[in-house]
Design a protein around this ligand. Structure first.
Ligand code: ZN
Length: 217
């Protein structure tokens, strides 16, 4: 099964990707992880990536495509693929289609986790984490026993800089302008589009995803 997983920040993509991969064994290609690893490895591409990221500029499509194509090429095609965070633009989507078509392994489905903006903002801005053990809380949904204190270590919880409302709204705007056209691209191309309700409990969404992909059981 070759699937692209899409959805705005805060929709629970990471969690769903993890579950699908654990249950069905496809390779999980998270663009965030792969780009970070490339950067850390200090390759020529990694250095280019770093220069854009450090300058706070958008990484050009051709660099993202080259790195992700390399990651796709390393996978065993029989195992299946779950792409997460890529493609993020139409140029990236076209490049991925070309590569998979060349391999004779076209994309089979597009999973889209949808959720209201207000819910996403609430989820992200309520996140707190422990600087010591890394455990993640939410002020409303997963509160610690004692306000702002880690249950495990007794350390004061922190909020990541990226999790403020201003940053979240910027990321949502970027998602709408760049990535929603990718969803339209896939729909126009006659792909199997599977929409999931990100407001539902995680277990429920995971079940729906597996069923829609014909993977349950
Ligand atoms: Zn802790």
């Amino acid at each position: 099964m070759r699937v692209v997983l899409m959805g705005p920040p805060g929709a629970g993509k990471g969690t769903q990707a993890k579950r699908l991969v654990e249950r069905f064994g496809m390779a999980h290609l998270s663009s965030g992880d792969i780009l970070r690893a490339e950067r850390a490895a200090g390759t020529e591409l990694g250095e280019k990536l770093k220069s854009y990221m450090d300058a706070g500029e958008l990484v050009p499509d051709e660099i993202v495509v080259e790195i992700m194509a390399g990651a796709v090429a390393k996978q065993d095609p029989q195992k299946g693929l779950l792409l997460d965070g890529f493609p993020r633009t139409i140029i990236q989507a076209e490049a991925l289609d070309e590569q998979l078509d060349r391999l004779g392994l076209p994309l089979e489905a597009v999973l889209i986790i949808e959720a209201d903006e207000s819910l996403l903002v609430e989820r992200i801005t309520g996140r707190r984490s422990c600087p010591s053990c890394g455990r993640v809380y939410h002020v409303k949904n997963i509160p610690p026993a004692k306000e702002d204190i880690c249950d495990a270590c007794g350390v004061k919880l922190i909020q990541r800089e990226d999790d403020t409302e201003t940053v979240v709204r910027q990321r949502l705007t970027a998602y709408r302008s760049q990535t929603e056209p990718v969803i339209e691209y896939y729909a126009a191309g006659g792909r199997k589009m599977i929409k999931l309700d990100g407001a539902e409990p995680l277990e429920e969404v995971a079940e729906q995803a597996a069923e829609a992909l014909g993977l349950s059981g």
